[in-house]
Design a protein. Structure first.
Length: 658
């Protein structure tokens, strides 16, 4: 079993935590509906990594024990779950997945993100199953990388999409030994702003699906089933061991089967009558959905309406029933409804396009209300909170919005896309609930630009508040900086920063400050170039050493073959000496390249260090120069917002504190 190092653990926590967050809801949804979950709320997260899967269960009220071989990974897991550890809900233990014992019994043991592929061989995997059996009272959910997936490791990849880190991955799939190796190296920005180099070599073992299928049963666990993370309830057996990524689901209904049976046994005349009846039944089902849409279109202008329905979620295949707010009617055969999780789903009769399929739906007027739909308007430099004019769950936005800063949201797994992220800063909305957007942490982020239409449901029963003077918010303080259009003001503070009265918050750049800033920019560009050079040298060394290693491997095989012939007296001893000499020469060449690479890297790092010393000196000189033309804060507090506007012949920077 592998244990990750310190630098890689930090990168893993930042870069590869999304998978756990994506699959955790599916695992939880499955386990929560089982009888075992009602009795046993303890979860064992095997190979827990930095604890993101564990956090999901902890937040839902479960007790979690996390086990991982890497103490560095456990450090981050303990940091994330500090509150739950203190309350006794979470425990994180260093241990080997193939050799552990625990005193506690668990209703669910889970191991994700191909963790078990890090076991050395099938014997280690079997020992893991035995350890799990010894502590499990319920389910064991795990995933594995297949041979097909590991073949994709071959090659070199460079990920420089994030300014915080650079990742270089060099993968090799060894079909002879059924293993895949990947060397992952790069740089990650540390809290002090400098980059730290990391390097980790990981491996995955290929396990035959047919043998994996039988492994748990041999250790005492019951039948092994295979399914997609989102389809646990549809797991079937046996499965295709040659294409294990595939899964099957049940289709059809009892009514369809009954009608089919009737058609089969009836004579032709009666079958014809039955066919006509069945066709009429289908028309009536379609009429129900169309009628619900027509009813909504007729009464929606005066009422908040709900859809009373019984149906099936076509993504999760779960039954769904109840009353749900109707957000809108689309075309003639589809309604948009809001479910308790603040998501908008489509309801209709198309299994492939709609989120909910139903044959039992009724539109009901619930509350007397006015529906206001504004035309598309352009907004700038405001937050989403500015659209709150009442209850956020009754406000829906359609259009495009762009933020000044990158945003990261959780996109729901729905067929109707009420929210879509088109870039780091841009979202497309289609009847997106305002409260859902706020729940994604977007409430107070300033919009650079928004072109949206707003749909609001306004209950008539709600008393209309009497307009009153806007009260002075004692917790909000504002400072303005005025200057002419020809002047330039450099802001030194950012939103979220705590400021003390008298602290420098801005300055008017002089010719000298601009010169220093230009020099700093040149130094930083030079540092970036040198760091890129290191990356290229790493890549070159990787290519060279891989090529030499391939030659050594081939010569080693040739040596073994020739040695066998020498031992049999079929070849002279000198024949293997020549091969051994070639191998030694290649090994020397490889070491020489590694030594040359090391010396070159050391020279570049020395140059970078000297540049950084000069950078620090210039930064100090710049700060001294900025102080001469500085603007100080007139109040203390946390910076909430910074805006710049122009009125007539002057510009105004408005800084809001809270």
């Amino acid at each position: 079993m592998q244990a990750y190092g310190k630098g890689f653990a930090k990168v893993y926590d930042i870069k590869w935590s999304d998978f756990a967050k994506q699959v955790a809801p599916f695992i939880l949804d499955f386990y929560a509906t089982t009888p075992i979950a009602q009795e046993n709320k303890s979860i064992l997260d095997l190979c827990c990594g930095t604890g993101h899967l564990a956090m999901h269960f902890l937040e839902k009220g479960y007790r979690v024990v996390g086990l991982d071989l890497s103490d560095h990974m456990l450090h981050y897991a303990r940091e994330h779950a500090r509150h739950y550890i203190e309350s006794g809900k979470a425990t994180f233990i260093q241990g080997d997945a193939s050799n552990f014992t625990l005193d506690e019994r668990f209703g669910l043991v889970v191991s994700i993100y191909d963790s078990l592929n890090h076991l050395e061989n099938e014997q280690a995997l079997r020992r893991c199953f035995q350890c799990v059996y010894a502590v499990s009272d319920g389910y064991f959910i795990f995933d594995l990388n297949t041979r097909r997936g590991l073949k994709r490791w071959n090659g070199i990849q460079v990920d420089d999409s994030d300014d915080e880190m650079l990742i270089i991955s060099r993968g090799i799939y060894d079909g002879l030994n059924d293993k895949a190796w990947m060397k992952i190296s790069g740089f990650v920005r540390m809290p002090n702003g400098l980059y730290e180099r990391f390097e980790e070599t990981v491996f995955n073992t290929v396990f035959e699906m047919e043998r994996v299928k039988k492994g748990p049963a041999r250790c005492g666990l019951e039948e092994c089933l295979l399914c997609s993370y989102s389809r646990f309830e549809n797991a079937v057996f046996p499965f295709d061991t040659q294409q294990p990524e595939a899964y099957r689901i049940k289709v059809g209904s009892k009514t369809d089967l009954a009608l089919g049976f009737v058609f089969l046994i009836l004579s032709v005349p009666f079958a014809y009558v039955s066919y006509k009846t069945h066709t009429k039944l289908i028309r009536e089902i379609q009429k129900d959905i169309n009628s619900a849409v027509r009813t909504y279109n007729e009464i929606a202008k005066d009422f908040i309406c709900v859809a009373k329905l019984k149906g099936v979620n076509t993504t999760t295949h779960e039954k769904i029933s109840g009353e749900f707010l109707i957000v809108s009617a689309e075309k003639q055969t589809m309604l948009l409804i809001r479910i308790p999780t603040a998501q908008v789903l489509s309801v209709g009769k198309d299994n492939f396009k709609n989120d909910i399929f139903t044959t039992d739906i009724l539109t009901i007027p619930k509350i007397k209300a006015q529906i206001q739909i504004s035309p598309i308007q352009t907004y700038q430099n405001i937050s989403l909170s500015s659209f709150s004019t009442g209850t956020d769950s009754l406000i829906y936005l359609t259009g495009k919005i762009e933020f000044y800063e990158p945003v990261k949201i959780t996109i729901p797994l729905t067929k109707f896309q009420f929210i879509k992220q088109t870039s780091e800063t841009r979202l497309e909305l289609n009847h997106a609930p305002l409260d859902f957007l706020k729940s994604q942490g977007l409430a107070d982020k300033i919009l650079k630009n928004a072109e949206i239409s707003i749909k609001s449901f306004i209950p008539v029963q709600a008393p209309t508040p009497t307009p009153a003077p806007t009260p002075t918010n004692t917790s909000t303080k504002i400072q303005t900086i005025e200057f002419t259009p020809n002047e330039t003001i450099q802001i030194l503070i950012t939103t979220g920063q705590n400021i003390t009265a008298g602290e420098v918050i801005a300055y008017k750049p002089s010719e000298k400050t601009q010169k220093i800033e230009l020099e700093l920019e040149k130094i930083q560009n030079k540092i970036n170039q040198l760091q890129s050079k290191i990356t290229l040298l790493d890549l070159k060394l990787a290519r060279d050493t891989i090529s030499i290693s391939d030659q050594i491997f081939k010569l080693t095989q040739e040596y073994q073959t020739m040695e066998s012939l020498v031992n049999k007296g079929l070849k002279p001893h000198s024949s293997i000496e020549e091969i051994a000499y070639e191998i030694a020469k290649l090994q020397g060449k490889k070491k020489l390249k590694q030594l040359e690479h090391k010396n070159e890297i050391e020279k570049i790092n020395t140059e970078i260090q000297n540049l950084k010393i000069k950078q620090k000196q210039l930064e100090l000189e710049l700060k001294q120069e900025q102080t001469k033309n500085s603007i100080t804060a007139t109040t203390s507090g946390k910076v909430k917002d910074i805006k710049e506007t122009q009125i007539a012949n002057k510009k105004i920077i408005t800084i809001t504190f809270e």
